[in-house]
Design a protein around this ligand. Structure first.
Ligand code: NAP
Length: 303
């Protein structure tokens, strides 16, 4: 087998990718992480990690910064380039980016997932001007304003509660007549007099001039109304960052990467961990556990 600059390339510098790289670096293997966006993944949007991770910083951004620092000290190379493709030739894997091709003996896909967009008129136009998906970071900008949160899962309920700390009123718009999210969140929503729930409805357009001024709400009975608001926050689930992966790599119906019990994908030499993986349970501790498990198996295989 020809030489490659890296033994393992980890795609993604979120919590799972950074943990895997750190575990792999405790060996003689040459490790790189590749990330096209800011390191940390979705966790950087979290102001207060809940439940707290023992002995670790309180905010997601601090946790990510600490992990990056530890990886640099352990000799992990961090490459800041968006990955556009992953290819395999003669047992060597080529991670293709905008700037070149990085060759390796093994790949860990830890590219995570992103919040889904509503895909309605106005959403892209008002991004950063009233359309946001980060209640923790942007909430303080909506002091005494009215905002709309879309969704009925844990994220929508949790983020509506965050926004209620700042906003005069939070309109939670959900397409069904009951929440999907946990009962303890639902109870807090019910008990919060700043939050009102609009059942059986969706936002189908976001309107304004310079900034968002209102949203068009479509009810399942056909009624349509415009509701004044300064912000729209959609929390309607996640989708995997998996577009760059080979088309023959097995995925589930949602596009998440299928793995076996050893976190190996359908293509030998490619592992997958964290939020991009089908069956990932969703917490930071799950991400870290998967990363450590995959790293142990890869170390054994490449040693
Ligand atoms: P989710 O559980 O998939 O919920 C998405 C919600 O958005 C659902 O209520 C869904 O409606 C609604 N929805 C989907 N597409 C829509 C559309 N096009 N228009 C309007 N509404 C739409 O997603 P999530 O809340 O982001 O949670 C993702 C995972 O993270 C879950 O496993 C969750 O438990 C976990 N999580 C946990 C916590 C925690 O603190 N424990 C916090 C956040 C997230 P339907 O109900 O009709 O499907």
């Amino acid at each position: 087998m020809s030489q490659t600059p890296y033994d393992v390339i980890v795609i993604g510098e979120g919590v799972s990718g950074l943990t895997a790289a750190r575990e792999l670096a405790v060996s003689t293997l040459k490790i790189a992480t590749i990330e096209g966006q800011l390191f940390g993944g979705l966790v950087i949007n979290v102001n207060e990690l809940e439940p707290p991770i023992e002995g670790r910083p309180a905010s997601g951004a601090e946790l990510a910064a600490e992990m990056m620092q530890a990886n640099a000290e352990a000799g992990v190379t961090s490459i800041q380039e968006p990955v556009t493709a992953l290819r395999q030739t003669d047992g060597i894997y080529e991670v293709v980016t905008d700037s070149g091709v990085h060759r390796t003996r093994h790949v860990v896909v830890a590219s995570g997932a992103r919040l889904k967009k509503l895909g309605v008129p106005g959403e892209a136009d008002y991004e950063g001007r009233g359309v946001s998906q980060c209640a923790d970071c942007d909430g303080p900008m909506y002091q005494n304003e009215e905002v709309i949160v879309v969704g009925g899962g844990d994220s929508a309920l949790q983020e509506a509660l965050v926004l209620a700390r700042y906003c005069r009123r939070v309109h939670l718009v959900h397409r069904r007549n009951q929440f999907r999210g946990a009962q303890h969140f639902a109870d807090q929503i019910k008990g919060n007099d700043k939050i009102s729930v609009t059942w059986n409805a969706t936002v189908d357009a976001i309107l304004g001039s310079q900034m968002v001024e209102k949203a068009r709400i479509k009810h399942t009975d056909g009624k349509v109304e415009e509701r004044a608001c300064a912000g729209v926050f959609a929390y309607i689930g996640l989708e995997p960052n998996a577009e760059f992966l080979p088309s023959n790599l097995q995925r589930d119906d949602g596009g998440y990467v299928r793995t076996n019990e050893n976190l190996e994908t359908s293509i030998p030499g490619i592992s997958a961990i964290g939020a991009v993986r089908s069956g990932y349970k969703g917490t930071l501790n799950d991400a870290m556990d998967e990363a450590r498990r995959a790293a142990q198996l890869i170390k054994g295989r490449l040693a």
